[in-house]
Design a protein around this ligand. Structure first.
Ligand SMILES: C[S@@+](CC[C@H](N)C(=O)[O-])C[C@H]1O[C@@H](n2cnc3c(N)ncnc32)[C@H](O)[C@@H]1O
Length: 221
């Protein structure tokens, strides 16, 4: 019941830490798969942050219209259209004025589970090409949940069906969890220059089913 507030708290903290730290703060914020996320409209006071929201055209158009109607200032935000499964989003960002030499926070919240493995891998590799100190905040389902492996046979079927029905989306990507919960993600990242700096999961390790939803703060070293 509390997993969404847990997720919001985790990423709020992660973003605030990186935007407001004294040493090498991020000066660009990229929201990948932004949807109706409002982080760009709630920045730390006085912060001079260049913001980019990346999503598919219908979602971005609906959001721009909503911002106009609600009279929310959005001149500091650049909207970038892409399809993560088809295009290299960094190219679209570069065409829109993104500076790849600035320390950047990339928020990738509620998106990885809808992508193919190759798109997740490509995105992590692109983030690894950003300057040291850049961070990606991302959440992941476990591979066991996505594949319906024991003990997730029932919940997996129900989630895949529910998400298809409610959002017309397919759940596709999950992290192999390994012996400990963070080990799988650590291993997944070991092929890049990215390091898992902070990690939380929903639920308790003592629950009947092992945790299947993870929040990660991943840093470029
Ligand atoms: C569950 S929503 C999350 C929105 C927002 N990040 C949040 O946490 O509230 C997933 C978002 O990812 C976007 N998305 C999903 N697949 C995508 C793709 N292949 N290319 C671009 N955006 C995609 C959707 O349009 C949607 O806005």
């Amino acid at each position: 019941m509390t997993m969404m507030s847990h997720r919001t708290h985790f990423f709020n903290q992660s973003i605030q830490d990186v935007l407001s730290r004294e040493d090498n703060p991020a000066t660009q914020l990229v929201v990948l798969g932004a949807g109706f996320d409002t982080r760009c409209y709630n920045l730390p006071e006085g912060a001079d942050i260049k913001c980019f929201e990346v999503d598919m055209p219908p979602t971005l158009n609906a959001k721009k219209r909503a911002l106009q109607l609600a009279e929310v200032a959005h001149d500091h935000v650049t909207f970038v259209e892409t399809d993560f499964n088809q295009e290299i989003w960094l190219e679209a960002l570069l065409d829109s004025g993104f500076n790849p030499n600035l320390t950047t926070y990339v928020l990738w919240e509620g998106v990885t589970m809808y992508l193919v493995e190759e798109a997740v891998r490509d995105t992590l590799n692109l983030i690894a090409s950003l300057p040291t100190g850049s961070v990606v905040g991302a959440d992941f389902f476990s591979q066991d949940l996505i594949q319906g492996n024991p003990p997730f046979e029932k919940i997996s079927k129900a989630m895949l069906r529910g998400i298809k029905y409610q959002y017309s989306e397919n759940l596709q990507f999950g992290i192999p969890t390994g012996e400990t919960l963070s080990e799988g993600l650590g291993e997944y990242l070991s092929e890049s220059e990215l390091k898992l700096a902070r990690f939380e999961h929903v639920g308790s390790t003592e629950d009947k089913k092992p945790p299947w939803y993870f929040f990660a703060h991943i840093e470029k070293h």
